[in-house]
Write a protein that binds this ligand. Structure first.
Ligand SMILES: [Zn+2]
Length: 69
């Protein structure tokens, strides 16, 4: 299943996401929290490499841009 990245924000208004730079294909993607809510998960849109970024408590890094290898 392929998730399009340009979907319109309808019911997902205000839903947090993470802008992620994927080194594997040099592309930016948005990933969203998983069901458990403990990590942002997604896949590279080009090579489908799995992406996971643990969600840290408030007070952590102020950066919203993360880099995954
Ligand atoms: Zn990739």
């Amino acid at each position: 299943m392929v998730m399009l990245m340009d979907e319109k924000p309808s019911s997902a208004a205000g839903r947090p996401f993470l802008s992620l730079h994927l080194k594997c294909c040099h592309v930016y993607v948005r990933i969203y929290p998983n069901v458990a809510g403990d990590a942002y998960v997604g896949n590279c849109p080009r090579c489908a490499a799995p992406v996971r970024v643990s969600i840290v408590e408030e007070g952590g890094s102020s950066s919203r841009i993360f880099t995954a290898s």
